[in-house]
Design a protein around this ligand. Structure first.
Ligand code: ZN
Length: 148
């Protein structure tokens, strides 16, 4: 099995069995995200302990990449501070969009599986929707965000 197969398997698994799927109630913050290019709709919920994300969940529907990415995100951000989450998003975004991204794959863990998305530029917004939505929740935005 090469790396591409492994990455594809991670995406398929997280799409079929999304982790942390459902509503967080009560939630300290949540935000809605919509990617009109594909029709992906997500709500991301977080509970915070000071600056740290204590719990993250999501619900919604969309393509395999958007759901798998949100599932991977909720696993990855738990326990991290807002600053660490922003750093992580910068790295994920680099991996999604740049072939020569200067990112240590070991820092990304399972999120490295999203690197396959860069072969499909039209799908980058599917993968990044959950991150934009999380950022909106962290900013306690009340307006829905869109990738447009
Ligand atoms: Zn999509």
């Amino acid at each position: 099995m090469d790396l591409k197969d492994l990455y594809r398997d991670v995406i398929v698994d997280h799409n079929r069995h999304p982790r942390n799927f459902g509503k967080l109630d009560p939630a300290d913050a949540h935000a809605d995200g919509f990617n009109p290019l594909c029709g992906d709709r997500l709500t991301v919920y977080v509970n915070l302990d000071g600056e740290n994300i204590e719990e993250a969940k999501f619900e919604g529907s969309g393509c395999a990449i958007s759901v798998a990415s949100a599932s991977l995100l909720t696993e990855a951000v738990k326990g991290k501070s807002r600053a660490e989450v922003r750093e992580l998003f910068d790295e994920v975004h680099a991996v999604l969009t740049q072939h020569d991204a200067n990112v240590d794959p070991s820092r990304l863990g399972k999120l490295a599986a999203l690197s396959g998305v860069r072969e499909f530029p039209a799908r980058v917004k599917c993968a990044s929707l959950c991150w934009h939505t999380l950022n909106a929740a962290l900013d306690r935005a009340t307006a829905p965000v869109t990738t447009e």
